[in-house]
Ligand binder design. Structure first.
Ligand SMILES: [Zn+2]
Length: 383
């Protein structure tokens, strides 16, 4: 460490104090890079003592008493945080323009070689007070709450960060979309949201899942998802109880609920598992055993132009996907139960119908017998 209070320091300090009284924090902050291992307030006191100057009761010409009042901002922050469950937080300061002007004109005078900004000191010092008084932790990377000291408006503002819960769901009924969709009143997301929103007192929600099934298809294997509660005021949720409530409704089943993070949203969205579907297919003309054997020809690569039914929301292009497995059971001479294993993104309905030649090959094309999907279920997600 450099010798405390060098001649250079004393010269700068004199220039700082030339303009009027400057508090210990504002004085010490200008030497923050020079002497480490202490607070700005401590630094300021040492420098002032070395100058032989006594502290005056006059208001600081830089911060106008901000640091003397910092406890009041802490009081206000604690009031705002009342009733909110959190363990980690971070403080951010929105500076007012006069304060910025005064700090910058000081720097014009003395240079910025060793200084720290008022904003940085405010964030840290208010953070330390709140840590001590609330027994919570500052976490700059992933805070649960952002405490914003807005000096422009002279008030504390809170930004409560989302709560993420990982889980897996099954969709046990047909006719509901996974997430909000045009005219549908009920969604998988809404069913899951109900107990979550009541217990978390959040302001909204979002659902991030590893793919989605068609509205009229059930999903009979566990599909991973992350449920996001916006502005979650409660975080110690009883996930076991929430799970039981969702499952009681018998429309959607959930399991493996556990607290998660934003990072895992990206992971869940990136999962592209193969899936096995069970399809009841009816044919226009009867099919015999020999015809059924031809079904196997569907294995391998399939070229799919964007299906007509989704063209309004998807770019029109050709996707090449693989059919990896197929097995079937005869129901009657015009109806088969088929299980198809396909790559993520394979359009199953079009694989059956051919979508007027937009999907090749298709069951309709191979058997030269128009085929129709009666029902469709996801029966296995190969994770
Ligand atoms: Zn000051």
């Amino acid at each position: 460490m450099k010798k405390l209070v060098s001649r250079e320091t004393l010269g700068i300090a004199k220039r700082i104090l030339r303009n009027g009284n400057v508090c210990d924090n504002c004085l010490g902050r200008q030497f923050a890079q020079m002497y480490t291992g202490m607070t700005n307030n401590e630094r300021g006191r040492i420098v002032r003592k070395a100058l032989g100057k006594a502290e005056t009761k006059k208001k600081c010409v830089v911060c106008k008493g901000f640091f003397q009042n910092i406890d009041k901002y802490a009081d206000e922050a604690m009031k705002a945080l009342k009733g909110i469950e959190f363990e980690s937080f971070v403080v951010g300061t929105v500076m007012d323009s006069d304060l910025i002007d005064r700090e910058e004109s000081l720097w014009e005078d003395i240079g910025i070689e060793y200084c720290e900004t008022l904003k940085a000191e405010s964030n840290r010092e208010l953070g330390k007070i709140l840590e001590r008084r609330m027994k919570k932790k500052v976490d700059e990377k992933a805070p649960e709450v952002n405490v914003i000291l807005n000096l422009e408006k002279n008030k504390i503002e809170l930004q409560i960060n989302p709560l993420f819960v990982f889980g897996k769901y099954k969709k046990l009924i047909r006719g509901i979309p996974q997430t909000k969709w045009e005219k549908y009143k009920e969604t998988v997301e809404d069913i899951i949201a109900k107990p979550f929103m009541r217990d978390s007192k959040g302001s909204g929600h979002a659902m991030h899942a590893a793919g989605r099934e068609d509205i009229d298809a059930r999903c009979l294997d566990w599909r991973p998802f992350i449920f996001e509660v916006l502005s979650s005021k409660k975080r110690k949720l009883n996930l076991e109880r929430i799970k039981m409530e969702i499952n009681k409704g018998r429309k959607v089943g959930v399991e493996d609920l556990m607290f998660s993070s934003k990072k895992e949203v990206i992971w869940v969205k990136s999962l592209q598992p193969d899936k096995t579907y069970r399809v009841i297919v009816s044919f226009e003309k009867p099919i015999n055993e020999k015809g059924m054997e031809k079904v196997k020809k569907i294995l391998g690569e399939v070229k799919q132009k964007t299906p007509k039914r989704v063209m309004h929301r998807r770019a029109d292009k050709i996707r090449v996907k693989k059919v990896k497995g197929i097995s079937w059971k005869r129901i009657n001479n015009k109806k088969l139960e088929i299980e198809i294993k396909g790559e993520a993104g394979l359009y199953i309905k079009e694989l059956i119908t051919g979508d007027d030649g937009r999907t090749r090959p298709s069951l309709t094309g191979i058997l030269k017998n128009p085929a129709k999907v009666e029902t469709l279920d996801v029966v296995k997600i190969h994770l």
